[in-house]
Design a protein around this ligand. Sequence first.
Ligand code: 13P
Length: 274
Amino acid sequence: MLKSFFIRANKDETNIKKGKKMARKLLIAGNWKMNGLLKDGVDLAKGVAAEVKSLGKTDLEFLVCPPFPILTFVKKALRGAKVALGAQDCHFDVKGAHTGDVSPVMLTDVGCTYVILGHSERRADHDESNELISKKTIAAHQNGLKTIVCIGETEAERDEGKTIDVCTKQILGSVPSCADAKNTVIAYEPVWAIGTGKTPTSKDVQEVHAAIRKVLSKKLGKSIANKMRILYGGSVKPSNAKEFLSLEDVDGALIGGASLKVEDFLGIAKNAVK
Ligand code: 13P
C-alpha cells in the first residue's frame, strides 16, 4: 500500500517535471500598486513599451497592472507593444450598487486582459477571504479576464513551519474549480518578502512551488497543473531574477517596486532565461 503510494507520487513528480518542458511561457508582470500619477504611469508605460519592442521576438509574456484611474491612458501608451494590461482587483458583480468597486466588465471594456486577485495587501487591508477571492475569480473568468491569484504565508506562519499548509488552504479556498491553465496564473508571494528586500532561498522557492503544483494537480488534475503558471513575487530585482526564474517550477515573476522603473523591470526580463 505504502509502496504503491510512493511509486505513484514519484510518477506524478516525473510528469510534473515533464510538464515544465511542455513550455510554460514565462510571465513578467508588474504590479504598480497605488503608485504614480497620470504622467508617471504614461511615461513608465511608454518606456516599457519601447524597451519591449526593442527586445524583438522573445519567449516572454509581459504584463503591467496600473491603478484603476490610469488604465485607459496606459493602454494607449502601450499601443503597438506586446505588453498586456491588467488591473489589481475587481468586484464579483458585473454592475450595480457597489460604491467604490470596479466590475470585471469595466476592466475588459478599457482593454484589460488580466486581473490580480487576492493579493496579500487586499487580504490584509480589506479582509478578503479565500471565499471572496474565489467568487471574484469566477466572475473575472466569466467576463473574459485571466486571473493572477495570489497566495503566501506571513513571517509568523513561516517561522511556525506552516508555509505549505497556508498555501494549500489558500489554493483550495481561493482557486475555483473552473480554473485552468489558460484563465489562471498563481502567484506565490511570501508576505514577509514583499517590499522588504528579504527573499526566501531559491531552494525554498522551488520547494513551495512544487508543493503548490501538487495541490493544483489534486484539485484541477495533473494536465492542468502541469500547464498552469506559478509566479514568484517578493523583492524580485534584476540581481536575483535569474536565480528565481531559472527554477523548475517558477514560471515568471510578479514584481512590485522594481516594476516602477523601466530599467529594473526590463533588467528582470533580460535575466529571465531558462
Ligand atoms: P515587491 O516586488 O515590491 O516586493 O512587491 C511584490 C508584490 O507584492 C507584487 O505583487
